[in-house]
Design a protein around this ligand. Structure first.
Ligand SMILES: NC(=O)c1ccc[n+]([C@@H]2O[C@H](COP(=O)([O-])OP(=O)(O)OC[C@H]3O[C@@H](n4cnc5c(N)ncnc54)[C@H](O)[C@@H]3O)[C@@H](O)[C@H]2O)c1
Length: 241
């Protein structure tokens, strides 16, 4: 059996898609047939990168918004949903990493890094998740953290703190959003697995296949949980309303 990675007909939103990893991620999803909604902080940057991908044959549109700004994020997601449809995949990638020694770190730079790397992730994920829930459509939110979440780097106290927080925010979102974003959850027996169903042998086989494939050649020494989100936390324990 041949397995192909095919995102034809699916909308993929990538924040911070105008350069670096975000551009490469947009290109990769484009090659897999997706329609790309490419976000970046200014119209110039978003349009230039979207134009480059379009000329290379990818269906791609630019959608500018500063991910630190709640109203701008709302308006960007509204435009994506109206013009292309709800995103099946959202890659929450926009981030900055200025390097400044802790003793010299100005409050303004601390705020800028945390607002972009953490609040930006919160705003993007919450806005997209609300749009998916109201469209009654499932979807995937993929956040981009960093090795700096686990290992401290000189001059990066703000960056390390922001990326560690992104890991925990992602786990908390997995716990709360599973029931909304995964259609199978609604039909599954009561379970504490965030994805809403027990794992099948094929779930593990598919993950092993992906990890063994050339697509993940740059992964090494990584511990990957294929557990329906269980290692993020368990559902069923909620405050009384
Ligand atoms: N490059 C690496 O080696 C590396 C390693 C680990 C994690 N990361 C993470 O990957 C992500 C991308 O990093 P990169 O190296 O490609 O950086 P980059 O600077 O090349 O690209 C980041 C993009 O995000 C955009 N951006 C910045 N602030 C924004 C905002 N407020 N709103 C919207 N867009 C904004 C920028 O304009 C830029 O196009 C970041 O979250 C970074 O922390 C990068």
């Amino acid at each position: 059996m041949t397995i192909s990675i095919d995102f034809s007909g699916q909308v993929v939103l990538v924040t911070g898609g105008a350069s670096g990893l975000g551009f490469a991620i947009s290109e990769a999803f484009g090659r897999a047939g997706a329609t790309i909604a490419l976000n970046d902080r200014s119209p110039d940057r978003a349009e230039r990168a979207a134009g480059e991908l379009s000329r290379a044959g990818t269906a791609c549109r630019g959608f500018s918004a500063d991910v630190r700004d709640a109203m701008a994020v709302r308006s960007m997601v509204d435009r994506v949903v109206t013009e292309l449809g709800p995103p099946a995949v959202t890659v929450v990638n926009a981030g900055i990493y200025p390097n400044t020694p802790f003793l010299e770190l100005p409050e303004e730079e601390w705020d800028r890094v945390l607002d972009t790397n953490l609040k930006g992730v919160f705003l993007t994920c919450q806005t997209v998740a609300k749009a998916l829930v109201s469209a009654n459509q499932g979807g995937q939110l993929l956040t981009v953290s960093s090795g700096a979440a686990n290992t401290a780097f000189w001059g990066w106290s703000h960056y390390c703190a922001s990326k560690a927080a992104v890991v925990m925010l992602t786990r908390a979102m997995a716990l709360e959003l599973g029931e909304h974003l995964d259609e199978a959850y609604k039909h599954a027996a009561r379970t504490s697995i965030p994805i809403g169903r027990p794992g099948e042998p094929t779930d593990i086989a598919n993950a092993v296949l992906m990890l063994a494939s050339p697509l993940t050649d740059y992964m090494s020494g990584a511990v990957v949980a294929v557990d329906g989100g269980s290692s993020s936390g368990r559902t069923g324990v909620r405050p009384k309303s």
